[in-house]
Design a protein around this ligand. Sequence first.
Ligand code: FE2
Ligand code: FE2
Length: 269
Amino acid sequence: MSTSIDQLVERIRGHRCYDHPVFDHWTSGNPTAEVVGALFHQIQKFCAVTRPGGRFPEALTSFEFSRESKLLQEIVESEEDHGPELATMAGYILNRAAGRAVFADLDDQQRVEAGLKEFSDKILGSLPGYDPTTGLLVQTRKAMAVFDGRQAVDKESTLRNLGTALALEMISNRQLIPGEKRCLVDSGLYRASLDDPEMHYLLEHWGEIGAEQMHEENAIAAVGSVLNEETEELITEGVDAFLDNLANLWDVLDSALLASGHREAALTG
Ligand SMILES: [Fe+2]
Ligand SMILES: [Fe+2]
């Protein structure tokens, strides 16, 4: 019997990425401004490659999945302009963490992103495999590489991309955005509110009427109608590639920056 969309959704909900504690450790660890900058650099770079559709919508149409292509295209269009808003929020939070205006102009996306990279270089630059040019960890590059598949138009890549899209949207809506809301807003660490204009990125993404809710619904509809005995293996591969690689990224950020692992190791000797 083939996998149902409900079973695929359950597979994602059951993956350790779905409940990863990285944002709760951010809250309890109350990291320094430098660490906040390094975290945002890696997260921002990862998020940036998840937004463009590449050739994925066009490939779906070529296999006569035109309804699915439209659903994916809606997600891609709703992601436009999110890069500048994420940079504004990151700069705002970092300023609050530092207790001074490290970034004077929060609308200067290039300046903010360059500053985040500098913090990343300083804090993470000695880790094995760190790329000084991009400031990316090996794990960040691997998580990003899953989205290279969107440049391919063959059927196998397209089916994998569908699985990846489903996992991405479920994780965004259920783990990443709620996690950011808990550590950036609810924690009170940064005296930030969803009503602050600088936090518009989170307001736009979070909750029942947030962008991610629509994305998740679209992705479930698109994958649900393509899933059958012939497609399930490749779709599941795409789901797992996303979840495994992102979980590895959360692990390294957690252990290298939020020190939960170090602290426990120190306690148990
Ligand atoms: Fe977005
Ligand atoms: Fe999304």
